[in-house]
Design a protein around this ligand. Sequence first.
Ligand SMILES: O=c1ccn([C@@H]2O[C@H](COP(=O)(O)OP(=O)(O)O[C@H]3O[C@H](CO)[C@@H](O)[C@H](O)[C@H]3O)[C@@H](O)[C@H]2O)c(=O)[nH]1
Ligand SMILES: [Mn+2]
Length: 717
Amino acid sequence: MAEAAAFAALWVPFCRKHDIEPRNPESYFGLRRDPTKNKRRQDFVRDRRRVKREYDEFKVRVNGLPDAIRRRSDAFNAREEMKQMRRMKEAAAAGDQDVMIEVVKVKKATWMADGTHWPGTWAVTALEHGKGDHASILQVMLKPAMAEAMYGRESGEQLGIDFTEVDVRLPMLVYVSREKRPGYDHNKKAGAMNALVRASAVMSNGPFILNLDCDHYIYNAVAIREAMCFLIDHGGEDICFIQFPQRFEGIDPNDRYANNNTVFFDGNMRALDGLQGPMYVGTGCIFRRFALYGFDPPPAASNSTPSHHPHFVVAETDSFRPQSFYDDELNPSFLPKRFGNSSALVESIPIAELQGRPLADYQSSLYCRPPGLLRIPRPPLSTSSISEAVAVISCWFEDKTEWGDRVGWIYGSVTEDVVTGYRMHNRGWRSVYCITAGRDAFRGSAPINLTDRLHQVLRWATGSVEIFFSRNNALLASNRLYFLQRVAYLNVGLYPFTSVFLLVYCFLPALSLFSGHFIVETLSVSFLVYLLVISITLTLLAILEVRWSGVGLEEWWRNEQFWLISGTSAHLAAVMQGMLKVVAGIEISFTLTAKSAVDEEDDAFADLYMVKWTSLMIPPITIMMVNIIAIAVGFARTIYSSRPDWSKLLGGGFFSFWVLIHLYPFAKGLMGRRGKTPTIVFVWSGLIAITISLLWVAISPPQGSEAAASMGGFQFT
Ligand SMILES: O=c1ccn([C@@H]2O[C@H](COP(=O)(O)OP(=O)(O)O[C@H]3O[C@H](CO)[C@@H](O)[C@H](O)[C@H]3O)[C@@H](O)[C@H]2O)c(=O)[nH]1
Ligand SMILES: [Mn+2]
């Protein structure tokens, strides 16, 4: 972190000077296109070369850190040991028995450059210095900047870069690691977010908060400004967050397992934008801090005339702080009970409320922020606010408060994001979906391996089942949740259950081939009409998704395929897991989504071809096998039959084939790298299929379709 903060002093002014995008040096320097495109300043090439060189050196230094830290720690530890020895010798000389008897072993610590012990996890695990057992750590890596622009002649001087006209200020940067103790439930990401919200409330109290996963980065430097336009605009006071679509890098060009999730991000989420707003999907989201605190939204500006809301009458004398809708709720004597025992935190809340309001303009003077309020210079960071921030990230701070329950990120779900957003919508807040033109706002990485992908979907689906069986079920929502939004949230909790029906659909065609009966006894008019209506509805939905949301046809098809793959594996498992939790109280663990290792030189997508066994694969494999065998059986029967009924074979075969082509990416995933495993898999499955079909023919020789019909155990009428 210290290295990164130091490099930022060069990198950030460079980006400002030359309008660099993206502002992640690794992806910027990795761009394949011509870096000089649209660059007109004469010194660009020289600056870029110098910054690139610094960046490479920075990377090498970071690579060397584990070694450097170990060497430093060894040296410090050895010195400590020496000191100890000397003390022992002295004690022995003085004849002090107690010290002699005490077998002194110096505890191996990890040392920081300034000669102090690193408070977190030590290289050699020790008491109070292990994973899940250490004190709060809070390090101000970059101090808050001054209020006025600072032009940096000196900053670039030793590198020969001219920053005379560039604002070289950097934002405050703080490293936070909350206290962890065995025996405490730390509530994973939600708990981490809440600690961050409190620490930042005490240290900077920015009225808006950007939340990014550790595997995402900013790809468009002006995206945040776009979000601000919604949040501080007149009429935007009841917006709780601005969600950006999740976009991914390092996914195979075919997007075999629909990792891009385009139908969700460009279809569903955009559609929700027309209702009460998109769901919160955990990353790439800018919150209004005050909305995170569990308050109701202010009444919409359009109907907040003074006559309707007596709260809004602005007292002439109170010109700085307009009367608040929240005056009752923000009574300092109630707040500690909800937010915990920190006066600094409690005092920051009304300020966040005021600063988060829309800017005053000529239309709305009632619920607004006075002009210039955010430009008032902040007091410099004091030691007392730092120690207060350390206090609010201790692991007992949330005891007997409403953090995680009503305030902040909500606990108790593996999809804390959906629940957190739902709670806000349920209070009547709106959200906005912001698709930035031209450049994606943020980018991240996704699992490209079949197994990891299935586990990811399993976690999401499990979260959904949990939501369905919890008080966050949309059926129990308040009447502030719009009707259609409620339907959408209901769908979020319900979709894993469709896997049960999907499973039936996948076996039906095979059943019909085995039994020699088509799904219906005869192709009646009513059956065909049903089929037609369903097909047309599905086609219309597909057209809507493809045409309106601009999802490519191939991407759309990948989504369809993966819907069936995940439906028959992960969703099914999630339903069972969820039931287990509800019925037997067995907990579900959060497995972190594995990230693909992009920098493997020989093959960028090596991870894609890795086959890692998981029991989630059993149902789709079974479906595939059964359908292949069924086609073989049906075919054999028809050939050997005295009166072959080809239309039945065609009917059953078509639906079987339909199931199989959905599972094609799954089959490919099982085979690993092309050319290695597939032959053996093909041989075996072929052999098994032929054996079983011959067996079938031998056991029940076809006696013509009429006889077979009377024998069949299944009647679909
Ligand atoms: O114990 C934990 C686990 C996760 N994280 C964070 O949570 C993020 C999401 O985890 P990841 O393994 O990347 O899961 P994904 O499936 O990629 O994440 C999606 O789904 C999660 C909910 O299941 C959301 O929290 C994420 O924001 C959303 O991007 C990580 O980046 C971490 O920043 C923690 O802080 N603590
Ligand atoms: Mn992720």
